[in-house]
Design a protein around this ligand. Sequence first.
Ligand SMILES: NC(=O)c1ccc[n+]([C@@H]2O[C@H](COP(=O)([O-])OP(=O)(O)OC[C@H]3O[C@@H](n4cnc5c(N)ncnc54)[C@H](OP(=O)(O)O)[C@@H]3O)[C@@H](O)[C@H]2O)c1
Length: 427
Amino acid sequence: MSSLSPAKANPASAPVHPAPLRIGLIGFGCVGQGIYDILLRLPEFGAEVRRIAVKNPLKARTLPAEHFTYHADELLADPDLDVLIEVIDDANEAFRLVSAALRQGRRVVTANKAMVANHLPELVALQQNHGGTLLYEAAVCGSIPIVRTLDAYFGQEPLRSVSGIFNGSSNYVLTRMGTDGSDYAPALAEAQAKGFAETDPTLDMAAFDPRSKAVILAAHAYGVLLSPAQVLNLGIEHISATDIAYAAVESQKIKVVAGLYLLPDGQLTVLVTPQLVSRESPLYGVDEEFNGVVIEAEFAGTQFLRGRGAGGYPTGSAVLADLAALRGDFRYAYAKLRATPLAYTTDLELEIYLRTDNETLLDQLGFTDITEEADEDGYIVGYVPLDALLQHRDALRKAGAFVARTGNVRPAPAHSAASQELQAVSS
Ligand SMILES: NC(=O)c1ccc[n+]([C@@H]2O[C@H](COP(=O)([O-])OP(=O)(O)OC[C@H]3O[C@@H](n4cnc5c(N)ncnc54)[C@H](OP(=O)(O)O)[C@@H]3O)[C@@H](O)[C@H]2O)c1
């Protein structure tokens, strides 16, 4: 008999199609509609959105009214739903719903970074105590698979840094200012018109949003649970053409960089601020509404991921990946949370570029070294204590000041006789 004769179908080895995943979808806005459409386009994935909860009964919908309920608690009470997807725009209500679902031992996917960042210790404990699972790949950098990469792939390997552009709206504004010479206000208006920025842009432009994402990654990359307020966030609301021009003289760009840095003394620091980024950095070319993440791993070396950080389909893509992971019984290992905890420090000095006309603020920040000063443009470059920036971040915003870090960091003088630079954290 020819060895090429077709093999007879063996019923025992025929592919077994898993039972359809029955989904309860809470929220049907940009992300909710995105994941709904994706699942419709992938019938072979075998998931079915059984129920959808929204808030406003008067809103026009793309689906008939009978698809919707206005009481998300009904989905919590439905034992026939295998997975709940929470994609609403209210972080407090999201926590109420997600924590109730986890208390029932349910499987939940969320995209809500503020909710996860504000409640991570409770969310981890709820999973441990009640056996449920929470996945939130969509909460950090949209389509970029960074949470699972850090948790599962780099769960054992020490990481020197994880840094990146975690907010597409502010990156879009900076790109318009840098490439078209646009001022801040029209660049922001354009971002809003294209749907890249919210009507209230504060969370994005004042760097609260990337700070939430940095807090989430600190747990997976370093096993450090932080509250968002511990992390310095400075934004671009007061950036001007002077600042863009200052960066351009050295062929640099200003980007809002969220950076998690393991310092040589073994402590972790996290900073979310505008930064002068040189051509050599992989982040230099991450423009428009894109996000990018650079991982500096002890053994793997440098890795770089770039992709769309927002939008219904890119974010829905991350939700889809989480659904597939749940089907395979994946859960975050939080391996580094279980290891010996790393200490978190803000006892550092950062070299910053500061443009302000507020003399009081200059005194309060307490520059320890001045590298450069230009009275006519109103800027100063030098080292300031990170704790002073944390203490005065609201005052900096109110005073209309603009701050960018150069990437140089050094220990606070009391802790270092040598006071040498720790490292240039410029990626
Ligand atoms: N948009 C993005 O690109 C993106 C990217 C990553 C992560 N995220 C996160 O994903 C989440 C959703 O964002 P989105 O842009 O899709 O928001 P969105 O377009 O504003 O939609 C929010 C949805 O939540 C519903 N909702 C609000 N409160 C509710 C409640 N109490 N019960 C039931 N439904 C409620 C709203 O109902 P109505 O329709 O009745 O108003 C709406 O359908 C947020 O946490 C956001 O931070 C968004």
